[in-house]
Design a protein around this ligand. Structure first.
Ligand code: GLC
Ligand code: CA
Length: 529
């Protein structure tokens, strides 16, 4: 769990904040967030104390998957603004000393993208091979047994040309064929387009999907699949994901990024830890800077599980790699809904004190918890296609609450998704006035992190502690900090490894260390060197 250096690139010290543009702030009263809305609320982001914004897709899109179905990779969706609005936003981000990452969606485009329209037009189209077309199986059915991540077959028949095209997600999202060098080139040009405009990097959507096994063999059945589980789990995605050839493309993206200075590539990759680590590449041939680490989302919330996964994840990071941690997103359930308000405060401290770049998700800084979406307001296609299975993502995509004015100051119109029920109290304006609010806690933690490089760059040592308490030290350049987090409801005695000094941040009201930690409490205390 080694130490970083002060010469480290910004993203090793920095914190990433994810903005879901549809739900951040609406500037023109259509009930949907937009770029000007984000620009108008940038001070919230700057005052929070994060370093970079990752924007979920802002490109022209029919919105079948809310922007993850891109119809033009180098434009801006009219609902969100235009290129000029983007340039203004980017400048406003940079003026505040923040960075901006865009969402790059290389695995699939919208079926309304001109590339796909052309590809579909005939079997002889010069763009036919830009997507993955196959003849029907002998019985006329899909070419193989692959299942869409959104449920149902991953193939759609195009009656006009008599072939099926592959779609790992919705049938409105056709998979691009990265084995065709023209596709790889066109997508490199897309990255270059935005890098030339000044963006600071990309979050790369479903990166482990981009290359499929030659010949597209059937995926093996999943022996552990049971009725009631998501349909995609019926097969193991052995041949449809995580192919060795993908790393050459990732390396190419990395070379391009590196040629633009300290540009960050974060890969969205859901894989078991050992396979995830390969996406760091090697020192000589690096992959993405940060393959997203979702272990805090995927595992149960208790001390023993967390202690083990933190140690094992950290130990698995290759020498040239840098760790990272994610606790929420537009896809995952809200952390406060999962673990409750008190533990959500502990989670904030954990996320912002572990060794590795944290990514936090808009609204978690307010502690937005459970939101029940009435059936007639469900918008998430994944939920609509496999109803009642708890797969809905709308619950994490509800609008930000800015103040207690109508529609929470998010919009003058009814928002596209409902607000969380307690928004009149749980909003930015109210929490700004309350030193004990979740927002105040996030600001304190982010300020502490900025003031103490040990929290970002420091070496990390886990300590043996009783009960439900997880404790670790972060040490850097003579600075020694001790983080104690109680994942249970009972108070515990704890003994720090050296004489404790000042408390530099606490989830509650504690100002001095007295040998104990309360239930659901967390604090960071300075230790004598
Ligand atoms: C990623 C996105 C998710 C989207 C999917 C398909 O997992 O985060 O929202 O539905 O990719 O693009
Ligand atoms: Ca709008």
């Amino acid at each position: 769990m080694s130490e970083g250096s002060l010469a480290a690139p910004w993203w090793q010290r920095g914190v990433i904040y994810q903005i879901y543009p549809r739900s951040f702030a609406d500037s023109n009263g259509d009930g949907i967030g937009d770029l000007a809305g984000i620009e108008a609320h940038l001070d919230h982001v700057a005052n929070l104390g994060v370093d970079a914004i990752w924007l979920s897709p802002i490109f022209p899109s029919p919105m079948a998957d809310f922007g993850y179905d891109v119809a033009d990779y180098t434009g801006v969706e009219a609902m969100f603004g235009d290129l000029a609005a983007f340039d203004r936003l980017l400048a406003a981000v940079h003026v505040r000393g923040l960075r901006l990452l865009l969402d790059f969606v290389p695995n699939h485009s919208s079926t309304q993208h001109p590339w796909f329209v052309e590809s579909r037009s005939s079997r002889d189209s010069p763009k036919r091979d830009w997507y993955i077309w196959r003849d029907p199986a002998p019985d006329g059915g899909p070419p193989n047994n692959w299942i869409s991540d959104m449920g149902g077959p991953a193939w759609e028949l195009d009656p006009a040309t008599g072939q099926y095209y592959l779609h790992t997600f919705l049938k409105e999202q056709a998979d691009l064929n990265w084995r065709n060098p023209d596709v790889a080139q066109a997508m490199t040009d897309v990255m270059r387009f935005w890098l030339d405009r000044g963006v600071d990097g990309f979050r790369i959507d479903v990166l482990w999907h981009i290359v499929k096994a030659q010949g597209l063999p059937d995926n093996p059945a999943n022996p552990d699949w049971r009725e009631g589980m998501a349909e995609k789990l019926r097969v193991l995605q052995h041949h449809s994901t995580d192919q060795p050839e993908a790393h050459a493309f990732t390396r190419g993206m990395r070379q391009l990024a590196d040629s633009y200075g300290e540009t960050l590539l974060v890969g969205e990759i859901f894989l078991p830890r050992d396979r995830l680590m390969r996406w760091y590449g090697s020192e000589a041939e690096p992959g993405v800077h940060l393959p997203f680490n979702f272990e805090l989302i995927e595992n149960s919330w208790n001390r023993d599980t967390l202690a083990r996964l933190i140690a094992d994840y950290d130990a698995a990071i290759p020498d040239h790699g840098w760790p990272n941690w994610v606790i929420g997103s537009h896809d995952a359930p809200r952390i406060a809904a999962r673990v409750g308000e008190a533990q959500a405060r502990v989670a904030a401290m954990l996320l912002l004190t572990l060794r590795g770049t944290p990514t936090l998700y808009q609204g978690d800084e307010l502690g937005i918890g459970t939101v029940d979406i009435p059936p007639d307001r469900i918008r998430d296609p994944q939920d609509l296609r496999q109803p009642g299975m708890g797969l809905g993502r709308d619950r994490s995509r509800t609008p930000m609450a800015w103040d207690a004015s109508p529609n929470a100051g998010f919009s003058t119109a009814v928002p596209w998704l409902p607000l969380h029920p307690d928004w009149p109290m749980r909003n930015v304006a109210v929490q700004e006035q309350d030193p004990h609010s979740m927002l105040a806690l996030y600001r304190r933690l982010l300020a502490a992190r900025r003031a103490h490089p040990a929290l970002s760059l420091g070496r990390m040592t886990l300590h043996d502690t009783p009960g439900d308490v997880l404790a670790y030290e972060r040490v850097h350049a003579g600075q020694r900090l001790f983080v104690a987090l109680n994942f249970g409801p009972d108070a515990q005695d704890i003994t720090p490894p050296a004489r404790p000094g000042r408390i530099i941040a606490a989830t509650g009201t504690r100002t001095a260390f007295d040998g104990r930690i309360d239930g659901d409490e967390g604090f960071i205390v300075e230790l004598e060197p």
